[in-house]
Ligand binder design. Structure first.
Ligand SMILES: Cc1cc2nc3c(=O)[nH]c(=O)nc-3n(C[C@H](O)[C@H](O)[C@H](O)COP(=O)(O)OP(=O)(O)OC[C@H]3O[C@@H](n4cnc5c(N)ncnc54)[C@H](O)[C@@H]3O)c2cc1C
Length: 229
C-alpha cells in the first residue's frame, strides 16, 4: 500500500563518502516495502525528489543517500537539515525490487546507483539467503565510493556476495581501473546470460551498461534510472 505525505523525523545523518550523505529516518507505522524500491522525499509540499531506499524491509528505520551538489538549491536545503528535523515522505514505489525466487543475480551500480543494492544486500544477508550476487561497482575514485566499508563488511559476512570495484579516475588505486564494458564483464562474471541483471545509477551510465548487457546477449535486465542527474 502506498502511503502519502507522512512527516518523518530524521534520526541520523551519516557521511557515506565524500560529498555523499545518508539520512536515516524513523519508519512510519505500516510502511511496508520490498528491497530495491524507492520513496518520494519532499522538503515542503510539491517540492520533492525520488530516492531509492538503502535500507532493508527488516530494519525499523528507512534510509536514503544522495550526493550533495552545490549546484542544487534543493540539495543545499536538505544539507541544512539536522537530526530531529522532519521530511515529508511518500511511497513505496517502483517495480525495481528483488524477488526471493531469483537465486543467481548480478548488479551494476554507477556511483550513487549503489543505494537500492545496499538495501537488497542487507536483506539477503539478514535473511541468510543462498542467492549468489556479483556486484560490479564503478566510481570515480575511492573517496567517492559510497558505502564501501559496509559493502566490504557485508561480503565478509555473506560469502555469496562478490564485489568487484572499478575506479575511473584514481591513479594510485591498485585494483580495477576504467569503465565497465564488455570485456570487464566477461572477465569478472561467469554464466552471464543465465543471471538476472540489475542496473542502477544516473541515466547516461544506465543506458551504456544496458547496451553492453544487450550486446552480451542478456535478456533479464531490471533498470533503475536516476532521472534528474
Ligand atoms: C527511481 C529513482 C530513484 C532515485 N534514487 C536516487 C538515490 O538513491 N540517490 C540520489 O542521489 N538520487 C536518486 N535519484 C535522483 C534524484 O531524485 C535527483 O534527481 C538527483 O539526486 C539530482 O538532484 P539534484 O537536486 O542534485 O539535481 P538538480 O539540480 O535538480 O537537476 C540537475 C539537472 O537535471 C535536470 N532534472 C531535474 N529533475 C529531473 C527529472 N525528474 N527528469 C529529467 N531531468 C531532470 C535539471 O533540469 C538539471 O539540468 C533517483 C531518481 C529516480 C527517478
Amino acid at each position: 500500500m502506498i502511503l502519502e505525505n507522512l512527516n518523518v523525523k530524521i534520526k541520523e545523518i551519516k557521511e557515506v563518502a565524500e560529498l555523499t550523505k545518508s539520512f536515516v529516518l524513523e519508519k512510519p507505522e505500516n510502511f511496508v516495502y520490498e528491497p530495491g524500491q524507492h520513496v518520494f522525499i519532499e522538503l515542503s509540499i510539491d517540492n520533492g525528489k525520488p530516492f531509492s531506499l538503502a535500507s532493508s524491509p527488516h530494519e525499523d528505520v528507512l534510509e536514503f543517500a544522495t550526493i550533495i551538489r552545490d549546484s542544487s538549491e534543493w540539495k543545499q536545503e536538505l544539507n541544512d537539515k539536522q537530526e530531529g528535523d522532519e521530511l515529508i515522505l511518500s511511497g513505496p514505489y517502483g517495480a525495481f525490487k528483488y524477488e526471493d525466487s531469483e537465486k543467481d543475480i548480478s548488479f551494476i551500480a554507477g556511483g550513487i546507483g549503489i543505494t537500492p543494492f545496499i538495501g537488497i544486500l542487507r536483506y539477503l544477508t539478514e535473511k541468510e539467503m543462498d542467492t549468489k550476487v556479483v556486484l560490479l561497482y564503478s566510481n570515480k575514485n575511492r573517496k567517492r565510493t559510497a558505502f564501501r566499508k559496509e559493502l566490504d563488511d557485508l561480503s565478509e559476512k555473506n560469502k555469496n556476495i562478490n564485489i568487484i570495484y572499478t575506479m575511473t579516475d584514481d591513479p594510485e588505486y591498485e585494483g580495477n581501473k576504467g569503465r565497465i564494458d564488455k570485456s570487464f564483464i566477461k572477465k569478472h562474471v561467469e554464466n552471464i546470460t543465465n543471471k538476472v541483471w540489475y542496473i542502477a545509477g544516473p541515466p547516461f551510465m544506465v543506458d551504456s551498461f544496458k547496451l553492453v548487457l544487450k550486446e552480451l546477449g542478456v535478456e533479464k535486465i531490471k533498470i533503475d534510472s536516476f532521472k534528474g542527474y
